[in-house]
Design a protein around this ligand. Structure first.
Ligand SMILES: Cc1ncc(C[n+]2csc(CCOP(=O)(O)OP(=O)(O)O)c2C)c(N)n1
Length: 313
């Protein structure tokens, strides 16, 4: 427990839980708790989804939820859906809409199997996601949506995560100006968070290649009080959230694909655009990739986290 009254270890356990669940959703159709060695048959036949953005989203969600339990969360990069789904499952919010999503083995299997599966959940946030405001797919609208959500609602607090690739779109960039129009007592509060993981699909982002000084100046120019946070340092993140300036803009730095495999066939995966989608695309047929996947899943010590979470009979 921290002087702030927030359990930092619990936040980190939650992040590990959700990271595991993201990987399991993308890859597994069986053996979800790794109760026996991983086999090709445990792997889904068609590997879809996006890993790279998810660990940063899990970091943000866990930290924000601990500090602002009543927040509304808007996620710009809807392709990070497995992270959103993992968090909705963890909090029991998914269960409110899907009675199959029970906090036990059956619920876990349901969440993993139904991700990116015909007639179940797609690979992006969609109208099937509880409380979704607009379907993912087209980047750029998150910040404008967040300002819209607090209009005339002084009681509302919306945290909005904008991808650094997303902020290269005209829509998202122009939405930064809304900050100047909406600062009044009659409206709620928006906390914009730039997810600075440095990369988009197959290239670095402009902001990933900008200096911190340039970024701070840019957001100051739009009328914000920007702060840069290293997302991998939970204590630092919580201290910053406890002392946010009135008109804060968070620049959240996380390495893309953080905690995932570091390289494959000589290609850098973590902290690189190569982790954007499925980093081990041949896990169903290549023994080496299957082994890397197994080690990756094991690295989260999920069994211990699962015991804490599950209500099995
Ligand atoms: C308007 C629009 N342009 C392009 C795309 C294609 N696209 C999908 S994901 C992506 C990269 C997103 O990068 P970022 O916002 O940084 O997200 P993250 O790095 O967290 O995955 C792009 C360009 C899109 N979905 N919408």
């Amino acid at each position: 427990m921290h002087g702030l009254g927030i359990d930092l270890e619990q936040i980190e356990r939650r992040i590990r839980f959700c990271n595991y669940l993201v990987v399991a959703q993308i890859f597994l159709q069986d053996n979800f708790l790794l109760e026996r060695p991983l086999e090709f048959d445990d792997i889904k036949p068609r590997l879809l989804g996006h890993w790279g953005s998810c660990p940063g989203v899990n970091i943000a969600y866990a930290n924000l939820r601990a500090r602002f339990p009543g927040m509304q969360f808007i996620l710009g990069p809807g392709h990070a859906f497995p992270a959103l789904q993992a968090n909705l499952f963890y909090d029991g919010d998914l269960y409110d809409y899907y009675p199959e999503a029970t906090p036990n083995r059956e619920g876990l299997e349901y969440v993993c199997k139904s991700f990116s599966w015909p007639y179940q959940f797609p690979s992006h946030a969609s109208p099937l996601t509880p409380e979704v405001v607009a379907e993912g797919g087209e980047l750029g609208y998150s910040l404008a949506t967040a300002y819209g959500a607090v209009l005339g609602r002084p009681d509302k607090f919306v945290a909005v995560m904008i991808g650094d690739g997303e902020l290269e779109t005209g829509t998202a960039l122009a939405s930064l100006n809304l900050n100047k129009l909406l600062r009044s007592e009659g409206n709620g509060r928006v906390l914009p968070i730039l997810h600075l993981n440095g990369y988009k699909i197959s290239a670095p982002t402009i902001y990933g290649r900008s200096s911190e000084r340039e970024l701070l100046q840019m957001f100051r120019g739009f009328g914000y009080e920007p702060i840069a946070i290293d997302g991998t340092d939970t204590e630092n993140f919580q201290l910053a959230l406890a002392d946010l300036p009135e008109n804060a803009f968070v620049i959240l730095k996380t390495p893309k694909g953080y905690t995932g495999p570091t390289s494959l066939n000589g290609i850098k995966l973590a902290d690189n655009c190569a982790s954007h989608q499925v980093p081990l695309p041949l896990a169903k047929t290549e023994p080496i990739q299957l082994k890397i996947l197994e080690d990756w899943l094991k690295s989260y010590d999920f069994k211990e986290l699962y015991k804490e979470f599950a209500h099995d009979d």
